[in-house]
Write a protein that binds this ligand. Structure first.
Ligand SMILES: [Zn+2]
Length: 274
């Protein structure tokens, strides 16, 4: 069975703020040892081999106030030599470049296959009028947009922008745009995130950063919406990706649901061949 990690960060101490690196020091000593000074595609792929991960979505990030900056150029170039790594661009609100143009160019020039936005880290409402042209581009290019939702312990975060219900406006206005609710609104807004799945057929939940053992009780309609959950690790925020995969495999749900979460839904969304 293939595994697609839909939520993985690449970066080093040169990209992330000191308090993020301290978090990794406490939670992922192996990352500190092997990758904190430099991360290369070859080394990451060999790490992913060891974790039995076939494909990974690699996320750019423009969040200097909270976590740091991983540019679209870095993510795009990092993934350019292999089809196992799938770059997702982000939108920088600070450089004065047209936002729709940033979205278009990260796809056309850098090969990005989706976008990741971080409202609580960059302090914006997901339905802010300046973002709407970005969603139009994503819809027209048929690429999904991920949104960080739920809590974060990092300094500089504004959690009020992290409620999944703020995506209701976006999902309603752009019914043909695929929207991924990262972390399912952990932990205050699980219900809201699940309600979004019911209300909008174009929404998905990426289960990274959620206590996976409790997934069926957190989302009682997991079975009903089994085609809309995506596995993600949030590595290097977790010690091992394989450990997260094992938690999914051990869920007391049918094999079909496990496969749907671990790869099938993500492959379908990204148009990958199984
Ligand atoms: Zn993340």
């Amino acid at each position: 069975m293939a595994v697609l990690d839909f939520h993985l960060h690449v970066g080093t101490k040169h990209h992330w703020n000191p308090w993020v690196i301290s978090f990794f020091q406490e939670n992922n000593p192996e990352y500190i040892k092997r990758f904190v000074d430099e991360i290369t595609p070859v080394e990451l792929l060999s790490y992913l081999d060891g974790q039995a991960i076939d494909h990974a979505v690699v996320l750019a990030e423009y969040a200097p106030l909270a976590t740091g900056v991983v540019t679209n150029e870095f993510a795009g170039k990092f993934c350019s030599q292999t089809d196992r790594l799938i770059p997702f661009g982000s939108i920088c609100l600070y450089q004065g470049t047209d936002l729709a143009q940033q979205a278009e160019q990260c796809v056309s020039r850098l090969g990005c296959r989706g976008l990741k936005l971080l409202p609580s880290y960059a302090h914006f409402h997901p339905y802010d009028s300046k973002l709407l042209p970005v969603y139009e581009v994503a819809r027209d290019l048929k690429i999904p947009v991920m949104f960080h939702t739920g809590t974060s312990i990092f300094r500089g975060s504004r959690i009020r922008y992290a409620n999944p219900l703020l995506l209701d406006d976006v999902a309603d206005e752009f019914p043909d745009l695929s929207i991924i609710i990262c972390h399912g609104g952990r932990p205050f807004w699980y219900q809201e995130a699940q309600w979004m799945l019911r209300r909008h057929k174009n929404t998905y939940i990426d289960v990274s950063g959620i206590p996976l053992k409790r997934l069926p009780s957190i989302f009682p309609h997991l079975n009903r919406f089994q085609d809309r959950f995506l596995f993600g690790s949030d590595w290097p925020g977790v010690r091992s990706i394989e450990g997260q995969v094992r938690l999914i495999r051990n869920l007391p749900v049918g094999e079909k649901i496990i496969e749907a979460i671990l790869w099938e839904n993500g492959y379908r969304l990204l148009g990958l061949n199984s």
